[in-house]
Design a protein around this ligand. Structure first.
Ligand SMILES: [Zn+2]
Length: 269
């Protein structure tokens, strides 16, 4: 029965994709192969079905899968793959835990919003912790129960409709959340908690340049994600989310040397 389901799954995927036209023949092969991977994402048949219907493009990046609907551009798979590869290049153990947790990446096409993807359809009427509608967000980090990290294609490709105007790389921020929650070992998580508390005690990172509370210090998850973007130089130094004291790798080294040493154990320098 299991084999029969898998066969139907692969057949559907191939047929759906070949409808795109003969120029996609080469990719049809790739998609069928990726379908086998997607089949192991979850044991729930309903989830398998929705994945089959929705996800038509995917690329495996050393065990993790970057995927999206038929509407995403192929280059998005490559671009998102390069970002996560850079972030995971230091720690194979983190990569292994993320593969185990199926912490894959979803690119949200320009014509879609976050609530269109199968894993987030139950969030249509839900707000984020800071009061935004889930449907309006450009991306989200993987968490237990919904381990995918998402990014909107407009930001990934820096189109003219990028809600961040090409100044920030949201995938780096969101995938840092997944690394923290689904990839780090407990010892790393404890270190990070202590480092966040220590940074909070300094009371110099709490406000942005307008004197408003920073998103970065809202909790240890945002602390790590914002500093990860700063580490990789893809953070907008003028962002209201962060303290002007911590906008790049050098300022982390200068203002939070212990955090710098910790981040060196997670990411390449
Ligand atoms: Zn965040």
């Amino acid at each position: 029965m299991e084999n029969l389901f898998l066969f139907i799954f692969l057949l559907n995927t191939t047929v759906a994709y070949s409808n795109e036209g003969p120029c996609k023949e080469h990719e049809t092969e790739k998609i069928a192969a990726a379908g086998e991977e997607l089949d192991s994402v979850t044991g729930k048949v309903i989830a398998k079905l929705s994945l089959t219907e929705f996800y038509k493009k995917s690329k495996e990046i050393n065990g993790l899968i970057v995927k999206g609907s038929v509407s995403i551009e192929d280059i998005s798979l490559v671009k998102a793959g390069a970002t996560i590869e850079k972030m995971l290049s230091k720690r194979e153990d983190i990569r292994a835990r993320m593969i185990l947790n199926r912490a894959d990446i979803v690119v949200i096409a320009k014509s879609e919003n976050y609530c269109d993807i199968p894993e987030a359809r139950n969030l249509r009427d839900v707000k984020t912790f800071d009061g935004r509608s889930f449907c309006d967000i450009c991306g989200g980090g993987g968490v237990p129960g919904r381990p995918i990290t998402t990014v909107c294609e407009d930001n990934l490709l820096k189109t003219t409709k990028d809600p961040y105007f090409g100044t920030e790389d949201i995938l780096t921020h969101e995938f840092a959340h997944a690394i923290h929650i689904l990839g780090m070992e407990e010892r790393d998580k404890t270190s990070l908690t202590n480092l966040y508390n220590k940074a909070k005690e300094k009371k110099i990172f709490e406000k942005n340049y307008k004197g408003e509370p920073t998103y970065m210090m809202a909790n240890e998850q945002e602390f790590f994600a914002c500093l990860s973007a700063a580490w990789f130089g893809v953070h907008n130094p003028k962002s209201l989310s962060v303290s002007q004291e911590l906008v790049n790798r050098n300022s982390i080294r200068e203002k939070l040397p212990d955090m710098y040493e910790f981040m060196k154990t997670i990411y390449p320098e």
